[in-house]
Design a protein around this ligand. Structure first.
Ligand code: PMP
Length: 444
């Protein structure tokens, strides 16, 4: 009798099967699950510089960078050293440490600009979700008002009030919101189209005395990249302040990634008079660390000084703080120049490959962050325009890249991340892989 053909053993697929038996969907964060591109996610065993290695021992040039934190590249020796040293001194104390003070001072100095100091106080937390959740509690506490304005397609983490029409995995899965958020909670969030000053003005005209604050991604990068139009943020700050509402600039993704001072420093329009800024990702250099900071009079409303409560057993964790300090110290002008140059090279090659393959496309950019829009050459300005693309061309593109050893974020609605470790060898491998991936997108 004929022996049935054996599927070749695939360590990633085997791990994914095992994972799905004990972990919902096999992953601990939905964006990792390859839901929109299909197939088993690569289970990673280690990472170094621009490379990640999967369960089969295959290496990939990585364009995910842990979704942002790995600005210097993975496992930078100086960061690993700092973590090792901190770990030997104890993993967590539940008491203040000098490192926390140093990190708050570092952030203050980096973000300071043209004699403007937006980060007079900084509170460390463990995730971007906590940072934005606390920031919205703070603007409510400061104003005594209930409503929050957010923009469609912006992602600010997974706290109840911020999931309506959110970007990132919520966008990838095509969800309008999350189940489990009570209607009265969802009703406290007004969702507006991005880059639409008239809609913002109308919302404030109608609800102005009940709006506590506006939260906006400094540059939207969780529905792909959509930058604020010239003057939009300035109008946003003006309208909000005219009505006594506060403005939260969410720099969890852009902070210390697009510029030494984050979007705040990058924006050619100059510093904005925002009230609070949230950070995550790069600030922790790959460890669970995030922060919110801003005006002293608002930040000092936080407990123990003020009535707005926030706390955390692991907040300001000494090992995470050590990784953050080491990362920010190393992230000098040369690092940003290298990341920018690497992004430029990939964008140029991506554009050429898609043009040669005859795929209409746009590559919206926010500094070194960029993303792909397929099937149209319109650079999107809001979530509706982002969704109006030929997203089905992305899975074959993604898998063609993966087959050739390049790991992209597994959704067309995510930004691509370069690092300072993307050297000529890594970039050449990306360039070599792009033409056939673009042809796969063309024939999808
Ligand atoms: N805000 C923004 C702009 C983000 O990009 C993210 C995460 N992608 C968050 C908040 C939430 O951060 P975390 O995943 O650490 O909770």
């Amino acid at each position: 009798p004929a022996v049935p053909p054996q599927e070749p053993f695939d360590a990633n697929a085997a791990l994914f099967e095992r994972a799905q038996r004990r972990i919902p969907g096999g992953v601990n964060s939905p964006v990792r699950a390859y839901r929109s591109v299909g197939g088993a996610p690569r289970f990673l065993s280690r990472a170094s510089g621009a490379l990640v290695f999967d369960a089969e021992g295959r290496e990939y040039v990585d364009l995910v960078a842990s979704w942002g934190p790995a600005l210097l590249g993975h496992a930078h020796p100086a960061v690993i050293d700092a973590v090792r040293t901190a770990a030997t001194r104890g993993l967590s104390f539940g008491a203040p440490t000098e490192g926390e003070v140093e990190l708050a001072e570092l952030v203050h100095d980096r973000v300071r600009r043209d004699s403007t100091t937006p980060i007079e106080r900084l509170r460390l937390v463990s995730t971007g979700t906590e940072a934005t959740m606390t920031a919205i509690r703070l603007v409510r506490g400061a104003t005594g008002r209930p409503l929050i304005v957010k923009f469609a397609g912006h992602y600010h983490g997974h706290s109840d009030g911020l999931l309506a029409e959110a970007g990132s995995g919520v966008a990838t899965q095509g969800l309008p919101a999350s189940a489990g958020v009570p209607e009265p909670v969802a009703a406290q969030t007004l969702v507006l189209p991005y880059n639409d000053e008239a809609a913002l003005q109308a919302a404030f005209d109608e609800h102005g005395d009940r709006i506590a604050g506006v939260i906006t991604e400094a540059a939207a990068a969780n529905m792909g990249v959509v930058v604020p139009h010239d003057g939009f943020d300035r109008a946003l700050v003006r309208i909000a302040h005219e009505h006594g509402a506060l403005v939260i600039s969410d720099e969890v993704l852009t902070g210390f990634r697009v510029h030494p001072g984050g979007w705040w420093g990058h924006d050619p329009a100059g510093p904005l008079d925002v009230d609070l800024i949230t950070y995550g990702k790069v600030i922790g250099g790959g460890m669970p660390l995030a922060a919110l900071g801003g005006r002293a009079d608002v930040m000092d409303l936080l407990a123990p000084l003020g009535p707005v409560y926030q706390a955390g057993t692991l907040s300001g964790n000494p090992v995470a703080v050590a990784a953050g300090i080491a990362t920010l110290r190393l992230a000098d002008a040369d690092v940003y120049a290298r990341v920018d140059a690497a992004a430029e090279r990939v964008v140029t090659a991506l554009d050429a490959a898609l043009t040669d393959a005859g795929v209409p496309h746009a590559i919206p950019r926010a500094g070194s962050l960029f993303s792909l829009v397929l099937g149209t050459d319109r650079v999107p300005s809001d979530y509706d325009e982002v969704r109006d693309q030929e997203a089905w061309r992305f899975p074959p593109f993604f898998h063609a890249m993966l087959e050739q050893g390049v790991s992209l974020p597994p959704s067309v609605f995510e930004a691509w991340f370069l690092t300072a470790a993307h050297d000529d060898a890594a970039l050449s491998r990306i360039e070599a892989a792009l033409p056939s991936a673009a042809r796969a997108a063309a024939s999808a």
